[in-house]
Design a protein around this ligand. Sequence first.
Ligand SMILES: [Cu+2]
Length: 443
Amino acid sequence: MEYSALLLILVLVSLVVEAQIPLQCANIETLTSRTCCPVPDLPDAGPCGANLGRGSCRPVAVPDSKFDAEQKDVRVNWPIQYFNSTCVCGERFGGVDCGECSYAYNDGGNCERKTVLPRKSVAELTDEDWREYVAVLLRAQAFPSRYMVVTVNFTTDYQTLVDSMTRPSVYHMFVWVHYTASNTPGINSMHDMAHQGPGFPTWHRLLILWFERELQVMLGDHLFRFHYWNWLDPTQRDVPFTPHRLGATVDTIVTGDLVDGNWSLICWFDKRNFTRPDNPVWPSYADYQFALSIKNYDVSPYNALVKCTEESYRSYMEGFLNERGADCGDDPMCSPIHNILGLGNLTARPTFLQTGVMGDGSASPNDPIFINHHTMVDCMLEEWIQKYQVGEEAYPTSRRIKYGHRATDYIVPFIPVYQQKEMLVSADNFGAFGTDCSVSATA
Ligand SMILES: [Cu+2]
């Protein structure tokens, strides 16, 4: 059965997407031991490459010592419900077993040189670059992921967990990761650990880094990187949307090489409403300058109720639940892009089922423009970090912050594990952007 068909059935039947488990740890022995510390494929490496000085197997330090079993949400205090020990790699090393290089030392060799993979505006890509990129995306639709998906609610009957596992494609795993973080598994309610909180910028930063690495491994090309779609620049807004790039739209239906190449969605909506009949109001450079002027990262109550204010960079950039023109004189930055591509005419408020997957928060990565959009948002985050020279200390530590978004929460549902606050540092630490990301400078 095709990956897409299998996953579609899973969505419709169960709506349970519990966790992403690395292949090396997706077996009953590892689950029973609650220790995900595999041995890398290197001579005499030992678990986590400890014998080679690459890393060590260590207990995970979750914010709450005691997991609230009543919540039945395995994402809380991730990944303690599955594993209480994982590999912690040294600065130069990375991956589930420390057998890879870290993001910053990804030199394609022995991880000895710090490297930078500069990201570009997609407007700089040649037709040949686009052709190659579309081929990469299509390949990722079919290439098996290095992770397994658990499709039942958590149980200590580990055989049931193992039996439920399925191996999606690299791209579909990317979609699942976003979906899993956004929704409470198996429950018809939503506790979003990727949006509407201080973890929004940091969660998506790790998503981009992680997915980029999965594609690097698929391609055997450590230099592969994502580029950003600068929607602040009116001359660049159309750039990705041609038949030989990410697709043109005809009456909201996406056409072009991706669709012809059997682009498969996990979900059942496949539209993009880029050619909406009314005149979309895009965030402007002035809006962005306002965002950049906000020095404070986030403010109480650290959720969607934080209105667009000059006290919360995160809230302004995220823009959730702020109607255009409400509370802030300018436009919040991220959500309008999802809406422009997904919801179309804001006045008529059609549902995303009718208009486009970018309009649905949790499923939006089904449209690959998500990648370039969030690389752009990450570029903006980097510019803000550079401007104020902030680091982990800027991430709020209030007890009011919801599960998943707390400073020391491990970012759901990733293994290897990273804390939210660890992503609020210069992208130099991840070998991304270098000093080149300054979209405001192009105004
Ligand atoms: Cu998102």
